[in-house]
Design a protein around this ligand. Structure first.
Ligand code: AMP
Ligand code: FE
Ligand code: FE
Ligand code: ZN
Length: 285
């Protein structure tokens, strides 16, 4: 069984449409794939209608969150929510707020780049995102088109990383509020790539313990941004806090180098996760 619980489509910052993504999962011999676009469930319906036989889709989302930090500057982090009720009003309101903020913040990043003579425009970024939830990778694509970077990775390294003068933060949800929101919507919350240090600051173990108390179900341990030491540390923490362990590729199509199914989740952990859900069901064609 290959179970990949974290992927992105064109509904956010992936490059495969939801239909292409489920077909690609089938081609990669993945048996179970979760669609977890940033702050949106817009990909669920098109992925479900295009679902090939032999593959199970787990509808989800990756929520943009923050944890308070003693320095006063909140730490951004990502929470995966699986199988929540997509029509829960509080959930919908939060997603709307995050989506609107992605638009205004994306425009501000582009304005800062353009003011410095970098030849990209907001219209170009909107065309690239094609109705999907706007994120920095779309701006990275625009920078590629303009010939100023070689890849989206290169764009992050030079212009888009969180320490860059062009960086603008977006609205986020307090992570403990988000954990409870996923649970009250019948979903299952899993902390995405908790130790992905190359993206910026990461939270201390005390925050993970507080998330566990708030209702966290699991930790994404096997992820391309974790090294062996990170994984060992997270496994210990999961045992201590009685959390499930998941693994996933965090596939973004052409916006990242990692292929679908590159990392996976054990069947027992997946079953335990599904058993905790009441807002939505995994879908098989
Ligand atoms: P945003 O949601 O607009 O803040 O952009 C964050 C997204 O950019 C993440 O979800 C990743 O998909 C992507 N990302 C973050 N850091 C990098 C990086 N160093 N290289 C490529 N993509 C990245
Ligand atoms: Fe992303
Ligand atoms: Fe993420
Ligand atoms: Zn992701």
């Amino acid at each position: 069984m290959r179970i990949d619980l974290h992927t992105h489509s064109t509904a956010s910052d992936g490059t495969d449409t939801p239909a292409e993504l489920v077909a690609a999962a089938r081609a990669a011999q993945v048996d179970v794939v979760a669609l977890t676009d940033h702050d949106t469930t817009a990909g669920w319906a098109p992925a479900i209608s295009a679902l090939p036989p032999g593959i199970t889709l787990v509808p989800g989302a990756e929520l943009s969150c923050t944890a308070p930090d003693p320095s006063g500057r909140p730490i951004p982090l990502h929470l995966l929510g699986y199988l929540f009720d997509p029509n829960n009003e509080m959930f919908l309101a939060e997603l709307g707020r995050l989506r609107d903020s992605r638009l205004s913040r994306g425009r501000r990043i582009v304005d800062r780049l353009a003011a410095d003579g970098v030849p990209i425009s907001w219209e170009q970024v909107l065309e690239i995102s094609a109705g999907g939830n706007v994120g920095r990778p779309h701006i990275g694509r625009a920078l590629m088109q303009a010939g100023v970077v070689e890849s989206v990775d290169d764009a992050f390294g030079r212009y888009l990383h969180s320490g860059s003068p062009y960086y603008v933060p977006k609205e986020e949800i307090d992570v403990l509020v988000a954990v409870r929101l996923v649970r009250t919507s019948g979903g299952v919350p899993v902390f995405a790539h908790p130790l992905a240090r190359r993206r910026g600051r990461v939270v201390p173990d005390s925050v993970i313990a507080a998330m566990a108390t708030a209702g966290l179900a699991g930790l994404e341990v096997d992820h391309p941004d974790h090294d062996d030491a990170d994984r060992a540390h997270l496994r210990g923490l999961a045992a201590e806090l009685d959390l499930l362990i998941t693994g996933s590729s965090d596939y973004h199509g052409g916006n990242k180098a990692v292929p679908l199914g590159a990392y996976g989740t054990a069947p027992a952990a997946f079953e335990a996760l599904v058993a905790q859900a009441s807002g939505a069901h995994p879908v098989a064609a």
